[in-house]
Design a protein around this ligand. Structure first.
Ligand SMILES: [Zn+2]
Ligand SMILES: [Zn+2]
Length: 258
């Protein structure tokens, strides 16, 4: 059974309840990690999974809350003879190489090898024999990527937005989709206080409206800002003003079935 594990569900500022956002897909015996902030190894172990089963890492973009834990991840596995594929934009690949080189984590004595795969901004590739991944750009950072996973055997599609403001192109792709995991950084009132927010992230009111219009079957908001004062009930109320489908508010270490 394919599962998604939420290793973290918060924004750039972690809280006691929510660490930086990252996801883990379990596909049969292999694990696919999406973004790599801190404590990933510990959280995978807390889920009673084996970090050595991570076969692929996908990077959405190079903001610190999505990538700063990569050197620690590789360092933790340095004695394990592993070959892990890392996928990202050209910018993300260059950034990850530099980050690992700062800590000499691409030297021969490091048995855990990272192999880099540069993704074009409109790409489709096979993550495993019956799991396809479609890649496209979102307007958060120069080369921010969203990933749409096609679980062919189960005939299920899952779209993860990464960090993004409202993107009409993304919601076109989300039309009728089984599961949408989407940036939902704050309730809408903060857009008036911080005018840059709607240019970088999505608020709960807009997300509910766009998801409803797109006919999303199951919506999972994520990346809740920890540095602003609001409750999850406010997020739910704003989404529910428009969205009538299944709504899951994930906590750290929540798991769901695809
Ligand atoms: Zn972020
Ligand atoms: Zn970001």
């Amino acid at each position: 059974m394919n599962k998604i594990y939420f290793l973290g569900t918060g924004g750039s500022a972690a809280t006691i309840e929510r660490d930086n956002t990252s996801l883990l897909i379990r596909r049969k015996e292999e694990l696919i990690l999406i973004d790599c902030p801190g404590s990933v190894i510990r959280k995978i172990k807390m889920l009673e999974l084996d970090p050595r089963k991570v076969r692929s890492i996908l990077i959405t973009h190079t903001h610190p809350d999505h990538i700063y834990g990569l050197p620690a991840f590789v360092h933790s596995l340095m004695l394990d003879k592993l070959s892990i594929k890392l996928y990202g934009s050209e910018e993300a690949i260059e950034f990850c190489c530099k980050l690992l080189d700062i800590f000499q984590l691409r030297e021969d004595k490091i048995l855990c090898r990272i192999n880099f795969f540069k993704l074009e901004t409109q790409a489709k590739f096979d993550l495993s024999p019956d799991l396809k991944c479609n890649v496209f750009k979102v307007p958060h950072k120069e080369s921010s990527l969203a990933f749409c996973f096609d679980f062919e055997q189960e005939r299920k599609k899952l779209l993860y937005s990464g960090d993004t403001p409202v993107s009409p192109q993304l919601f076109k792709r989300a039309a009728g989709i089984d599961t949408l995991i989407h940036d939902c950084s704050t309730p809408s009132r903060f857009s008036k206080i911080y005018p840059y927010l709607p240019t970088m992230h999505t608020d709960a009111l807009s997300l509910g409206l766009m998801a409803q219009q797109a006919g999303v079957k199951r919506l999972i908001p994520i990346h809740f800002f920890g540095e602003l004062d609001y409750s999850i009930d406010e997020i739910i109320n704003e989404i529910r003003q428009n969205y009538t489908g299944e709504l899951i508010i994930p906590e750290d270490l929540t798991k769901i079935t695809i």
